[in-house]
Design a protein around this ligand. Structure first.
Ligand code: ADP
Length: 457
């Protein structure tokens, strides 16, 4: 069942119950009042007749004559006056006697002083009336034609009124629910149009204040994030293909030129040398890409364990120096931290080594003395690592972009690379709940500072 119908039925049902309860109360109270008033009228009528009989001493035959010829009598009026010994003193019409008085009835009138009862459609009352030391038991009955007719009219009016009001509420409820939920239907139609190729579409936010607008705004924000990540991925894939194509094209061209004619051993050696360089670059690129994918998209497979950061740094230095024996890497501990103290964090050894190698290599390759100085320190919560060089520095306008995948700064001509190193490094530091910052001055040098939360065993 649709929310619109559910809301309408719920609202109309609630209204119908309230309206019917109210109408029943009104009807019952009107019926009660009519009955009460008619009993009073009957009593009044009977007292008048009794007074005429016992006080004014009018002859019963005359009274009966008045009764028969009077136009003011109540419909089917029937008054009977008895003394307490059940001797009849007066009866309206001798031939009409629907209230069959019995000694039992007179006795209950005597004990209860006043009784109310019905004889078929006649409303009847029995009560005691005293005059001049004598007590009389009187019964009076009549049919409240007007009152019952009014009551009947009220019943029909309430019934028709209730039905009309409920019908109106149903229609109005349906209309209002449709109006209230219209933005949702519009939203559903709009969302149906949003696909991977139309991620730029956004939902209308209406008045920007109600719950539906809030939902639309939240949904739009989610679309913003999705679009950004989608664009990022698209950019990433096109960058990868571009990065792979360039060295591959160079490699193929060199091999094709070499294969055109017979070459000397020297020439072959030279071609092998350059193609080997391209192949190594390709191999490095694919390793970096794999690491980036691992750090960015496949985090479930990353294992964390307690490890000594100084040992990871020493490994990183060893590996860098093995590949580039010309480089120099100095590691020193901040003075608060004595060499040999355990410098332990919870992390992934392989990824951290990759991050450190990237920073060491960058420092060495972008500086004339090919030297990277690393310092290890700590504060209350974090281990602090600084990778400094006295190299060419990074131009200010490049600093904001160097952590973007495939971005290479304006100074890239000074050293080969693929632009993945720093983005991978920052991702790895993020995975360790840490942060990375850079300070650089062109011509003077660069320092990368890393904070990683640590735990000392
Ligand atoms: P790559 O080194 O392969 O070019 P990175 O992602 O490691 O890619 O670095 C991105 C860019 O940041 C580099 O191209 C370079 O412009 C700049 N950069 C990084 N480290 C340094 C450094 N120590 N000194 C000068 N420039 C640097």
């Amino acid at each position: 069942m649709k929310i619109r119908l559910k809301l309408t039925l719920l609202f109309a049902g609630l209204f119908a119950i309230l309206l019917m309860a109210f109408s029943i109360v009104v009807y019952l109270s009107a019926a009660d009042q009519r009955e009460e008033e008619y009993f009073k009228r009957l009593r009044q009528l009977a007292i008048t007749k009794t007074r005429l009989l016992v006080e004014a001493k009018i002859d019963p035959a005359v009274l009966q004559l008045i009764y028969k010829s009077s136009l003011n009598t109540l419909p089917q009026e029937e008054v009977a006056i008895f003394d307490t010994s059940f001797h009849i003193l007066y009866h309206d019409a001798n031939d009409i006697d629907r209230v069959k008085e019995t000694t039992g009835m007179i006795d209950s009138i005597k004990t209860m002083k006043e009784i109310h009862f019905y004889v078929d459609d006649l409303q009847a009352i029995g009560f005691l009336h005293s005059f001049d030391g004598k007590t009389y038991a009187i019964t009076a009955a009549a049919r409240d034609v007007t009152g019952l007719k009014k009551l009947n009219t009220l019943r029909i009016t309430l019934l028709i009124g209730n039905c009309a009001a409920i019908l109106f509420t149903l229609l109005a409820g349906m209309l209002f629910a449709r109006k209230a939920l219209k933005p949702v239907s519009t939203m559903v139609d709009r969302v149906a149009d949003i696909s991977a190729s139309r991620l730029d579409l956004r939902l209308g936010t209406g008045n920007g204040k109600d719950e539906i607008a809030e939902l639309a705004i939240t949904f739009n924000r989610m679309l913003d994030r999705l679009e950004a990540s989608f664009d990022g991925t698209k950019q990433f894939v096109s960058n990868i293909s571009h990065e792979l194509r360039t060295p591959l094209a160079a490699l193929i061209a060199e091999l094709e030129i070499a294969a055109m004619k017979a070459r000397t051993t020297e020439e072959y050696k030279q071609v092998i040398g350059t193609t080997l360089l391209d192949a190594r670059r390709l191999s490095r690129l694919s390793t970096d890409l794999l690491d980036l994918a691992k750090a960015s998209y496949d985090q479930s497979g990353i294992n964390y364990k307690e490890l000594r950061l100084d040992e990871v740094l020493l490994d990183a230095r060893k590996e860098t120096l093995k590949a580039n024996p010309r480089y120099h890497v100095d590691i020193h501990f901040a003075k608060e931290l004595e060499e040999g103290d355990p410098v332990t964090i919870r992390g992934n050894e392989y990824l951290l080594r990759v991050a450190f190698i990237n920073l060491i290599e960058n420092a060495c390759k972008f500086s004339a003395n090919h030297t990277c100085a690393i310092s290890i320190g700590f504060d209350a919560n974090d281990l602090l690592l600084k990778f400094s060089d006295q190299g060419i520095g990074i131009p200010t306008e490049d600093i904001a972009h160097i952590f973007t995948p495939f971005y290479r700064g304006e100074n890239k001509r000074h050293a080969p690379g693929n632009g993945i190193g720093l983005s991978l490094t920052s991702r790895i530091i993020q995975l360790h709940s840490g942060s990375i910052a850079v300070e650089s001055e062109t011509g003077k040098g660069t320092t990368f500072s890393i904070h990683i939360p640590y735990s000392i065993l």
